[in-house]
Ligand binder design. Structure first.
Ligand SMILES: O=C(O)/C=C/C(=O)CC(=O)CC(=O)O
Ligand SMILES: [Ca+2]
Ligand SMILES: [Mg+2]
Length: 413
């Protein structure tokens, strides 16, 4: 008889057998040995060691210190590994054996989670009509809220892959050029308008050759899974620098992602129709019948907490552009994909105030502070902690947890 407590999950666990997200962890006993883990309830499976013990064909890829080799292996590998892990973890005797062998460990303080993949290229989109209209009104009050291109293509920019960090990493307040609208010249100093952006990140695998356009129908061949993403944004730096090339230093200092990557295959019950289109789309972006991709929208329910208090609940189902359209658009010019590419959805904002995904919108540029039990907030103060969490509908009324991404603001140097 083994003396380990039985690893099991309740039916309503956010991390049951229909979820099985991937992460990378170390233990206090082996702090230098990064391993790929699959989360099962409040347990983590050492999937490389479990696959090696089972002589699984993808054992070598699963024994890497990051998810990149698995991302490179492509969809057939993702499916085979997911099916194998599911079969191991839904077999109670096998689970008990894995725990007895030390391959299924409690997710406790002795386990440290790391950035699960090396980020190749990072792109951030701007796909919520509510967010884009609100930002247009705030940043460009004398123009139409949406630019003329907005409903014809998913607008995006290339971000800084090297500053993507895992949940829990402190976020140092950036310094830079700030210029108030009525000031004659800019000054330099710590951002006074530090903000969040609640987003969903899409993790890409399966490389392409230069010159290849990836159609929407290939979404599942290239999107391995989703994470939560906070695109920390210094609004004062951004407002002064962004004309005419777009966001730069105001967003490149830190981008935080959740430690667990939920496979796209775990989100089948969350698929939804995107909103109705008011403009006819070019064929490579057409949805519904024209695209061959049914229901590429996703019903993910996000919660934003500031110092533990809920300040917003952005609905991902309200996004105008889908991940399939974003993937098709970012490769339509023949740009390659690399394993580890990451694209952000853009800030997720719904139609109501309490569903807006950033403080700039929630407070209308500081005019209407958010009320916390500890006082009012316009933008973030040093010591503030922001946590995004989310879940999606799963089979039979269950919920699929998308983990959380958290970060605390530390003072500028
Ligand atoms: O409209 C602008 O000038 C700027 C918009 C953003 O800050 C958007 C951005 O990072 C994209 C997004 O998250 O939706
Ligand atoms: Ca953003
Ligand atoms: Mg960023």
């Amino acid at each position: 008889m083994s003396d380990v407590s039985l690893p099991d999950v309740a039916e309503d666990d956010l991390y049951g057998p229909d979820n099985l997200p991937y992460g990378v962890y170390t233990t206090d006993a082996a702090p230098d040995r990064r391993r790929i883990g699959v989360r099962y309830g409040s347990w983590v499976l050492d999937v490389g060691a479990a696959a090696a013990a089972a002589d699984h064909p993808w054992a070598e890829v699963l024994s890497a210190p990051s998810l990149n080799p698995l991302l490179a292996a492509g969809r057939p590998a993702w499916r085979e590994v997911r099916a194998a892990v599911r079969s191991w973890l839904t077999d109670a005797a096998r689970r008990e054996q894995l725990a007895a062998d030390g391959l299924l460990l409690p997710l406790d303080a002795s386990v440290t989670l790391h950035l699960p993949f090396e980020v190749a290229d990072y792109v951030d989109f701007y796909a919520s009509e509510h967010h884009a209209s609100n930002l247009g009104r705030i940043f460009r009050p004398d123009s139409e809220p949406l630019t003329p291109n907005w409903k014809h293509m998913p607008i995006g920019y290339h971000g800084r892959a090297g500053t993507v960090v895992v949940s829990g990493t402190p976020v140092k307040r950036p310094s830079g050029q700030r210029k108030a609208p009525d000031a004659p010249v800019p000054d330099f100093g710590p951002s006074r308008r530090l903000d969040i952006e609640a987003e969903v990140g899409f993790v890409v695998g399966g490389a392409t050759e230069p010159g290849t356009a990836v159609p929407q129908t290939a979404l599942r061949d290239h999107v391995f899974g989703v994470c939560l993403l906070n695109d920390w944004s210094a609004r004062d730096l951004q407002a002064w620098e962004y004309v005419p090339l777009g966001p730069f230093l105001g967003k490149s200092f830190t981008t935080s992602v959740s430690a667990w990557i939920t496979p796209l295959d775990a989100l089948d019950h969350a698929r939804t129709e995107p909103p109705a289109r008011s403009h006819e789309l070019l064929p490579y972006l057409a949805d519904g019948e024209g695209s061959g991709v049914e229901a590429a929208g996703l019903d993910l329910r996000i919660t934003v907490r500031l110092n533990g208090e809920v300040i917003s609940e952005p609905p991902f189902a309200a996004m105008y552009w889908t991940a399939a359209q974003q993937l098709a658009h970012m490769t339509v010019n023949g740009a390659t994909l690399r394993p580890g590419d990451l694209f952000g959805s853009g800030t997720v904002s719904g139609p109501e105030v309490a569903t807006r995904g950033c403080l700039l919108e929630l407070t209308w540029a500081g005019r209407d502070p958010v009320e916390l039990s500890t006082g009012k907030r316009t933008f973030l103060e040093d010591g503030d902690e922001v946590t995004l969490s989310a879940w999606a509908p799963g089979p039979n009324g269950t919920r699929i947890g998308l983990g959380e991404v958290t970060g605390r603001i530390t003072p500028a140097a």
